[in-house]
Design a protein around this ligand. Structure first.
Ligand SMILES: [Zn+2]
Length: 370
């Protein structure tokens, strides 16, 4: 399976997609309230099949306007709720067995502004070149088709982001495999750092891009503008959207830079080794340093890029010492401090650059990332 993402043009009728999302939000709310009522009466939740037949009934009686909405999309709304309950019950089961799984809550009713995606399975749309026809709206929407998709189209998802832009996601089965890159015989370990973003074991250093500093200032001033507004006022909403826009622009610029850097690396090396960062922590971004989050994001992109082009990515265990040992003889330099950028090994006499030494150690202890 492979998913391609396309951005919709800013077109005047795009608001109708938003209206469709709002209508589906109505279905979402109705179905969740229904499940709660059902639980109060019967002490259990209604099955997916039961909900589907109930939807058919509703369309005939109290909700005739639901007939205007694509039926498969409504079914997907029900399916998401159903999957939500499945996950919740799996969590309860595991907890009952004495395991300690990650906490999963009951499916919640989403507020309207957070209800942001809809999925078509087989019917309800038609794609022609760079346009998609949404049948229930009787409208065509144009998107930036920057590349072809290959394989069999399975699902079509439309998403709205918090800046109010719309995207098309096409998920295809059996896409054409990518051509692997030719082997070069090079390998390198890589050490992340604040000033130099990456130091490679063969001595190449890649500095952090300027936008790290810029972005902090931009976010700070957008935050300041927001905090000066009265909550709920028009100006407040404008400032909030501006902050979201600033965040999105920065994330885009950063990701773009990451992809280009990762591609350069996989072109040059067959095997790359990186530090193991706590990627589970990536899911709970709050309270983490910007740099950590960025390194985590970059590792994921590099991992994806290596898999795509047939290169190998190794990672050094989290408890593995990589800074203090000498990469030539293994002597453990206990007296090394943070401010020592250069040092000479007292045992074998080789002189080291702190970061290059670390990168070489990372390559030495790296194991394949599964
Ligand atoms: Zn040594």
């Amino acid at each position: 399976m492979k998913t391609e993402k396309y951005e919709f043009y800013h077109q005047s009728n795009i608001i109708t997609l938003g209206n469709l999302l709002d209508d589906l939000h109505g279905v979402h709310v109705h179905l969740l309230l229904l499940q709660r009522r059902y639980y109060r009466i019967y002490g259990k939740y209604a099955s997916f099949g039961r909900i589907c037949s109930h939807i058919t009934k509703l369309k005939k009686r109290t909700k005739p306007h639901w007939n205007q909405l694509p039926s498969q999309v409504i079914q997907q709304v029900a399916k998401r709720i159903h999957l939500g309950y499945d996950k919740f019950f799996d969590y309860l089961d595991e907890k009952a067995k004495g395991l300690s799984p990650r906490k999963v809550g009951k499916p919640k009713i989403k507020p309207k502004h957070r209800y942001n995606s809809l999925t078509f399975t087989q019917a309800g749309y038609e794609i022609e070149d760079n346009r998609i026809h949404i049948k229930c709206l009787k409208k065509w929407f144009t998107f930036w088709k920057h590349r072809e998709w290959t394989g069999t189209l399975k699902t079509v998802t439309i998403k709205r982001d918090n800046v109010g832009e719309y995207y098309l996601y096409l998920t295809c089965e059996n896409p054409e495999p990518t051509k692997k890159l030719s082997l070069t015989g090079n390998e390198a370990g890589a050490d992340f750092g604040m000033k130099t973003f990456l130091t490679l074991s063969d001595g190449i250093k890649i500095g952090s891009p300027e936008f790290y500093k810029q972005s902090l200032n931009e976010i700070r001033s957008a935050n300041k503008a927001l905090s000066g507004k009265k909550k709920g006022s028009n100006a407040w909403y404008r400032a909030k959207r501006h902050l979201a826009r600033v965040n999105k622009d920065i994330a885009n610029r950063r990701r773009d830079w990451f992809f280009k850097l990762a591609l350069r690396l996989v072109r040059r090396y067959d095997t790359l080794a990186i530090e193991n960062l706590n990627l589970e922590g990536m899911k709970r971004l709050w309270g983490r340093k910007v740099s950590d989050v960025a390194f985590g994001e970059f590792s994921l992109i590099l991992r994806w890029m290596c898999a795509k082009y047939g290169k190998t990515l190794l990672k050094a265990g989290r408890w593995e010492a990589t800074t203090k040992p000498c990469s030539d003889c293994g002597y453990h330099n206990k007296s090394l401090t943070l401010s020592d950028r250069q040092w000479t090994c007292p045992d074998c006499g080789s002189s080291h650059d702190r970061d290059i030494n670390a990168a070489r150690n990372i390559l030495r202890v790296g194991v394949p990332w599964t």
